[in-house]
Design a protein around this ligand. Sequence first.
Ligand code: AQP
Length: 361
Amino acid sequence: DQVIFSGIQPTGIPHLGNYLGALQQWVHLQNTSPPSTKLLFSIVDLHAITISQDPAQLKQWKRESLATLLAVGLDEKRCGIFYQSSVPAHSELMWILSCTASMGYLSRMTQWKVSPELLQTFGLKSSNMWQSKLSLQDDASPLDGGSKSKLKLGLFSYPVLQAADVLVHRATHVPVGEDQSQHLEFARECVTNFNHAYGPHLVSPQTIMSPAKRVMSLQEPHLKMSKSHADPRSRILITDSADEIYRKVMSALTDSTNSVSYDPSKRPGVSNLLQLWSHFDAEGRSPEELALACRDMNLRTFKTKVSETIAASLEPIRMRFAELMREDGGAYVEHVEKQGARKARESADSTMAIVREAVGL
Ligand code: AQP
């Protein structure tokens, strides 16, 4: 039987990248999978602490993240929705996988998450710049050079925890955005290493890539939309009001041509807006079709239409989120989590019984 697992970090309210690249796909899978499919979705709080977090803020973000999963349409009766730290088997399997995972493979991975402090230390403005810095080093290894003492062990090894998140539930399918595909490859590598050492006990997961592979920043359309970008106007949160969405879309970086056409390489800003509209378009028009329909509009009129379309689509999510956070100040959300954690512990414990036995623990 199929097992679908995915996760999201509680590092703020999800944005359109998280929604279109992941959450919407999770809801779609929930609504189309046969009843025999196990569905588990996690708020991965242990990943969130790979960079420093304020404890009270983290607690609040966890609750809000869970409420957003319910608000977008996940059904707590059908899925297990839980905090990663409620299921200690994730961390236990991480340790066991660490004992067969290759340091070389990990250090060659290019998608490094970097804390704002670390970037500042090296005078860099974005994690993309950090990646270029790494690739300038001899063997592109973050273990070399002056970064060694600043780089935390957890930040280096978090892909092993991600692998454990998936493997501990024997997930067959993992829906993610494009930025995560390298990590799933690493998870498959962990399966190969473990199974080679102890026998064929772990299941190799397949990636399900969402149709919106990579939603771009509104302010720097060559970068992905991200929670950690310093400028809040670079992202639309799924709980933003129509007003906030209007302001963000109006200030989105476009170019000096005051008309609409679809050309992602020459006109990344306008094309990103066309793609966003297309994902929410009731008639399901492609970005090219929308560009054609808007060819006589100036950018101001076009942006107004884009913001109206997005705001109308997000309105029910925003309302439901506010309702969930109001109910006993989020107590209902915590109740949902307890049930989800029970389901997830059951699922993880059955894998861990096999793993412990295989390893001789
Ligand atoms: N811009 C994006 N386009 C498509 N998919 C995206 N995802 C994130 N950004 C985009 C997908 O969202 C899921 C959950 O992501 P996450 O919060 O766990 O971590 P992330 O990928 O690091 O997301 P952010 O928003 O960019 O956070 P920060 O800034 O903290 O790194 C994943 O499936 C991801 O692919």
